[in-house]
Design a protein around this ligand. Structure first.
Ligand code: SF4
Length: 378
């Protein structure tokens, strides 16, 4: 077991206390649900910028008392945690920054807004630089105005630039860690990397997050150089694409690795999408943030060409043997796009491909296991 990972787990346990301490010291807390909501803004405002809960099954039954049962589990999990008041990060948030990623989410935010102050960013549906770019920059400008007024801060371009530099350091540290999986025998499993990315996103202090990521990288690089790895020599190297997943919604990653494969790269929101947000520190910060965030290749964008290019790049760099496309039940954007992804992976990358549509429950574990077993042992 990695010492640095044990260290992160211990720190994560005390996270709620750290948030309370920050609040007691007068710091504001800003919660974020989705990768399109730029954390730089909260960091630049001197607030604690944290992710919010949305990966647990146990809050879903409560959400289903109000929301349709057929809705995506990520949306139900987030809303259920709010109803149950079981997410300390949400309870601590002075403001939630959310974005109109998909229909289910934006309608859920209308209900959540009755319990919590939300600033909703109206995300465009395409990435056209001439039209969507200025529109999205205007949305970020409105967010800046909101934070200036709410937190009584200047939030100047220099403040934003400093936040961009800090977040760049965090993303570079995470990318270095992810890139260790390019080794023939990665020093961390895909599940461990998911856990690291997930847990550091809840740490209230970005410097702490960077310190943990750098320590994990140093230890991983040393293990790789010594040829020590938890991954079997002939393990099937897989790319995980598709919907966001994290600790609590990690069953496909866990099952695939228990069956002898390794997820060498995830192109989802807690994986590579996150580290492609490294920005030009000399550019006008707000427009740079707008351009970079808008370019994120999520299935809610139509068209979404960046997803295919990212898959091509990851498959080559990580020498993938196959691709798993994860789709949450009730997620129409990723479900429809899975057809094109399958065609692309098979014809352009020449790799085996498996689409898995599931939810957060454990009820389909035996069926998932059978399909993964057949895919990995093909
Ligand atoms: S996984 Fe799909 S349905 Fe769920 S929040 Fe994301 S885009 Fe929306």
């Amino acid at each position: 077991m990695s010492e640095s990972l044990t260290d992160l787990r211990n720190v994560f346990e005390k996270n709620p206390l750290k948030i309370d301490e920050a609040k007691a010291a007068g710091q504001k807390v800003v919660g974020h649900y989705c990768l399109y909501s730029p954390m730089e803004m909260a960091v630049a405002a001197g607030a604690v910028a944290v992710s919010l809960c949305g990966t647990r099954q146990d809050s879903i039954p409560k959400a289903e008392e109000i929301l349709p049962r057929t809705l995506c589990p990520l949306i139900k999990s987030s809303f259920g945690a709010a109803l149950l008041d079981s997410c300390h990060y949400l309870a601590s948030s002075d403001l939630v920054v959310a974005d109109a990623t998909c229909d289910g989410k934006k309608k859920m935010y209308e209900l959540l807004g009755r319990m919590k102050e939300i600033h909703l960013l109206q995300l465009p549906q395409n990435q056209e630089p001439e039209t969507a770019g200025p529109y999205w920059a205007h949305q970020l400008e409105k967010l800046r105005d909101k934070m200036r007024q709410k937190f009584q801060v200047a939030l100047s371009d220099d403040d934003l630039r400093a936040a961009v530099r800090l977040m760049n350091r965090e993303r570079r540290a995470l990318k270095n860690l992810f890139d260790l999986s390019k080794n023939a025998r990665p020093p961390y499993t895909g599940l461990e990397l998911m856990e690291i990315s997930f847990k550091t996103s809840f740490l209230p202090n970005k410097e702490d997050s960077i310190r943990h990521l750098e320590a994990l990288y140093d230890e991983g690089a040393r293990l790789a150089a010594e040829g020590r790895s938890p991954v079997a020599e002939k393990a099937m190297r897989l790319i995980l694409t598709g919907v966001p997943s994290g600790m609590g919604s990690h069953k496909v990653t866990r099952l695939a690795e228990e069956l002898g494969a390794v997820i060498v790269a995830a192109d989802n929101c807690s994986g590579y999408k996150k580290v492609t947000l490294i920005m030009d520190e000399e550019a006008a910060p707000l427009r740079e943030m707008a351009d970079r965030y808008l370019a994120l290749p999520c299935a809610v964008m139509s068209p979404n060409p960046g997803r295919y290019e990212r898959l091509r790049q990851l498959a080559a760099e990580f020498r993938a043997d196959g691709v798993i496309d994860l789709v949450w039940q009730g997620c129409h954007p990723f479900a429809v796009e899975s057809h094109s992804v399958r065609e692309f992976v098979k014809s352009e990358l020449g790799l085996p491909h498996l689409t898995l549509e599931t939810d957060y429950s454990e009820s389909d574990l035996p069926a998932l296991k059978l399909r993964l077993e057949a895919f990995i042992n093909r």
